[in-house]
Design a protein around this ligand. Sequence first.
Ligand SMILES: C[S@@+](CC[C@H](N)C(=O)[O-])C[C@H]1O[C@@H](n2cnc3c(N)ncnc32)[C@H](O)[C@@H]1O
Length: 248
Amino acid sequence: MTLDFDPLAADYDRLRPGGRAWEELSERTLTALGDFRRLVDVGCGTGRFAAFAKARRGGRVWGVDPSTEMLRRARERPDAGGVGWKQASAERLPFTGGWFDAAHMHLVVHTLADRPAALAEIARVLMPGGRIAIATFATEHFERFYLNPYFPSIAPLDRARFPGPAVLAAELGEAGFREAAVERISQPVSAEPHDVLERVRGRYISTLHLLEPAEYADGLARLERDLAAGQGPFAYSLEWALVAATRE
Ligand SMILES: C[S@@+](CC[C@H](N)C(=O)[O-])C[C@H]1O[C@@H](n2cnc3c(N)ncnc32)[C@H](O)[C@@H]1O
């Protein structure tokens, strides 16, 4: 199913702040991309990575997203001078073929209605030798997610939504990429009780929008009870797969 990200936009950066773990992953993503002159961040959301890449590397950077509200936040960013923004979907990118030498997606592949079409479209706008880097959650992420005890459907929903790294690598091969390589990155993190409550109330991950209303209400009530009884902070780990490949 296609999820509309407009309603998540206003609180997206507040409920999902960047921080040290995000910066570490972004640095490793830039390393996986290698040198580039023109980068497209597909599904750029509020523009965080596009701004980061532009500040770190310079060059020409474009952020693309179909959501009007996510893109509005991106355009308003004070730290993204020189980044170009376009409203479009990954399946139909408004660029001439071979224009870019780097492409990136962070937590986007699970939202795509037609992933093979999107990967083929990204291959079209990349020049031969261009690089793609895709950051997504590895399967292990869902097994140990800190909200699983409260919302038992999150893990099965996300296992079904997120393609595993081997699937992604195979799909990249079919879309015209070679030498797909998977890097696993494990980041221990912890969340304070008041932040957890705010995140869950704000449905900070799209999967919380997919739960049955009764499961959401029950999980939230149990979480509120546990936190009132002194539970937390919550220690868990972000389990990433960084899948990179080269355009043939
Ligand atoms: C979980 S958010 C990630 C945003 C950003 N990459 C980040 O990491 O902060 C997923 C993003 O994918 C975008 N998206 C959904 N369907 C898409 C599509 N078909 N093509 C490109 N982006 C899409 C959504 O609008 C949303 O901004």
